[in-house]
Write a protein that binds this ligand. Structure first.
Ligand SMILES: [Zn+2]
Length: 205
């Protein structure tokens, strides 16, 4: 898939939800379409989500060129977390209890993340910092696991929805919490047009 196509899918909601939305239900090409066909796709996607900066992208892609086997391993780890998160979030969006297996996967990466999380002080102030990123092809899993854990343990977890149109996950920030579509302009309008079409068909019978 062309990189420009990937960018068109990024919606800028919660990074961990956008990460999961890299696997999309495309109603034209059934069933699921995975926008990640390799490690490079992941890196570019996460740059769009601002989880990676330009220098991160450069160094990760350079590192990836050096060891194809390690890069494939990192890619598989990323897919494992992404798919577990997908199952966690969709279960929650459908008011079901996620399985322990998904939590085990998340906690595995979360523990890895916490080992690399420290507090540092500089002229800019005191900050949380990731350490020992150098030489790691999959350190992006740390902020992703952490943001997933933070979302799951916050009140906002009740606002995770699955779009009735395209099956993307999104955060319902509406006042009444009744939003059904990721985007009213696209999926909402499509659904309305479809209902209008169905009604018109019935009235003709
Ligand atoms: Zn949608």
């Amino acid at each position: 898939m062309m990189m420009t196509d990937i960018y068109a899918y990024v919606k800028y909601s919660d990074p961990c939800l956008d990460f999961v939305n890299s696997k999309v239900w495309n109603t034209r090409i059934e069933p699921f379409t995975d926008l990640f066909s390799g490690y490079e796709d992941v890196v570019h996607w996460l740059r769009q989500l601002n989880i990676l900066g330009d220098t991160d992208v450069e160094s990760l892609l350079q590192l990836a060129k050096k060891d194809a086997r390690e890069t494939q391993k990192a890619f598989e780890k990323i897919i494992t977390l992404r798919d577990a998160n997908y199952r966690l979030f969709t279960a929650i969006a459908h008011q079901q209890t996620p399985s322990n297996k998904e939590f085990e996967i998340l906690n595995h990466y979360l523990q890895e993340a916490m080992r690399h999380r420290i507090v540092t002080s500089s002229t800019e102030g005191i900050r949380w910092t990731w350490i020992n990123k150098e030489g790691s092809l999959d350190w992006m899993l740390w902020p992703l696991a952490l943001s997933t854990a933070e979302l799951l343990t916050s009140d906002r977890v009740q606002r995770i929805r699955e779009c009735s149109g395209c099956y993307w996950l999104f955060m319902d920030n509406s006042r009444n919490g009744m939003r059904r579509w990721c985007d009213m302009k696209t999926c909402g309008n499509r659904a309305k047009a479809h209902r209008h079409y169905e009604r018109a068909k019935i009235s003709k019978i």
